[in-house]
Ligand binder design. Structure first.
Ligand code: GDP
Length: 481
């Protein structure tokens, strides 16, 4: 139990109609009461709101310290702001501690002054994420729920908001606790066997254990698989736009974003650095990366750009390869695609500048490409005119479909790298338990692996954790959260 009373600005730092300062800890009511001109807050009921003023109380001895008991506030005490104060009594509060929220006129200067008087009267500034950390430490929420709060705050679209909310409501916690209960039952039986080792009895029915492990394994796999989708909706999807200089990459990016962001020019190789723009399509953030034209070059500056393009493809999930038939050959495109092909890279070929060509010519060119690349490397060519914005909607639909295809039947979506890794480790352990049963290894080893599987699952909810992990998670929160 932490006895410090902490305070921090909970709203964004800047001008707003209202700002909120949050205070939590044993002395919350006492501290706020000292600086509050209005009702006696120490006697106020929980979940009530009170009108009054925050005052910087100066004592008669001029000390400014209100600790000095028995002194009366001096006439020169200064009113800082007119406020509303909300009272929340433990344990039904966010932190499960006594808490107060002060709503004041949203000026950063007022916020600073109120925090100063709170600190002068015994509170201390909260560290990043400290309120949420207390909620976790006091058992109000588990670790995955604490993390979901950070995700909710960071959510920028419907999909990420929904998965974060599901996690906050205990989605993952429930799934994990079902899995753990199953494993725990068996662990107890196996450990009982260990206690009666000399008598050579089997309390844990191995067939039933196997069936249960299979179910666990299946569920773990399904949760692990959902991470591909979860990660895409939480962190967005990187899309690399690649093509020779002048293929129309910048024009395409502009068409997608409907504004003149990238510089369009007719001189080959002008898009030297990479440009990133985010476009939300059906609730998913796609990060488009325009790259310098891919080609062999002797120009030093361009070489840096080309190197970057290669790096971008390495981390991208989707590659948009843009070409026109005046400056490319099907063989050249095929060579490039084959060089950069990866199983987890979706490749879309975009035949640009179709406004300049007869449809028949476009078709002949693409027929050759299809022959060489379909269906092993890609199965999609879209004819577009970046300049006239033809085919752009179809392209957007393809991108949105890609995300939809990642979606699984799983109702709980894993979006957090830490959970993903813990699930993978747990799966590894479960697989070893299975091997152990099949190979009829000793009960000791079986118990050992089972305990590992349980521990990894427990990492997700924070049942098994350490200060380093906690520090790492909460330091990413903002102060006041
Ligand atoms: P980048 O080097 O790949 O970024 O190519 P740009 O976007 O700078 O385009 C090069 C030139 O091709 C510019 O003059 C564009 O106006 C032109 N261009 C791009 N897309 C089209 C298109 O669909 N049709 C036509 N006719 N011209 C295009």
């Amino acid at each position: 139990m932490n006895h410090d009373t902490i305070c921090a600005l909970a709203t964004a730092n800047g001008i707003g109609a209202i700002g909120i300062i949050r205070i939590s800890g044993e002395q919350s009511f006492e501290i706020v009461n000292r600086v509050f001109q209005g009702k006696n807050l120490e006697k106020a009921d929980s979940h009530t709101v009170h009108y009054g003023f925050i005052v910087d109380v100066k004592m008669e001895d001029g000390s400014g310290e209100t600790e000095a008991k028995g002194q009366k506030p001096a006439a020169n005490s200064e009113v800082i702001d007119e406020v509303m104060v909300s009272i929340f009594r433990a344990p039904k509060t966010f932190t499960a501690e006594d808490s107060v929220e002060i709503s004041f006129h949203g000026s950063p200067h007022i916020a600073k002054k109120i925090l100063e008087v709170l600190i002068k009267n015994g509170a201390r500034m909260a560290k990043a994420g400290e309120f949420t950390m207390r909620a976790f430490m006091n058992g109000r929420i588990d670790l995955s729920q604490a993390e979901s709060i950070a995700d909710l705050i960071a959510s920028e679209n419907e999909a990420s908001r929904k998965v974060a909310l599901n996690q906050l409501k205990g989605g993952i916690t429930n799934e994990i606790s079902i899995l753990r209960t199953d494993l725990l039952n068996f662990t107890s039986l196996i450990e009982l066997e260990l206690d009666f080792a000399e008598e050579d009895v089997e309390f844990a029915d191995r067939t039933a254990l196997k069936a249960s492990l299979n179910r666990t394994e299946e569920k773990l796999r399904s949760l692990i698989d959902s991470f591909q989708y979860g990660n895409a909706i939480k962190n967005g999807v990187d899309v690399a736009i690649i093509g020779k200089p002048n293929a129309g990459k910048s024009t395409l990016l502009n068409a997608l974003l409907k504004e003149e962001r990238a510089i369009v020019s007719e001189i080959a190789g002008t898009t030297r650095d990479t440009i990133e723009e985010v476009l939300h399509i059906k609730g998913t953030a796609f990060r488009f990366i325009d790259t310098a034209g891919i080609r062999e070059t002797t120009d030093i500056i361009e070489e840096i750009g080309v190197k970057k393009a290669k790096e971008k493809i390495e981390t991208a999930k989707i590659l948009l390869y843009l070409y026109d038939e005046f400056d490319s050959t099907p063989n050249e495109i095929t060579d490039f695609i084959k060089e950069f092909y990866r199983e987890d890279l979706k490749i879309l070929l975009l035949h640009n500048k179709i406004d300049l060509q007869e449809a028949s010519s476009v078709n002949i060119f693409d027929a050759e490409l299809k022959e060489q690349l379909f269906p092993d490397y890609t199965s999609q060519i879209i004819g577009i005119s970046a300049k006239n914005k033809t085919g752009i909607e179809q392209l957007k639909t393809e991108l949105a479909d890609y995300i939809q295809n990642l979606e699984t039947q799983e109702s709980t979506i894993i979006t957090n790298q830490r959970h993903y890794e813990a699930l993978q480790k747990s799966l590894e352990s479960v697989k070893r338990v299975e091997d152990a049963i099949s190979g009829k290894i000793s009960t000791e080893l079986l118990a050992y692996e089972l305990r590992y599987a349980l521990e990894y699952l427990g990492e997700i909810s924070g049942e098994f954790t350490n200060d380093e992990v906690l520090g790492n998670i909460f330091s990413k929160f903002c102060i006041g959260k």
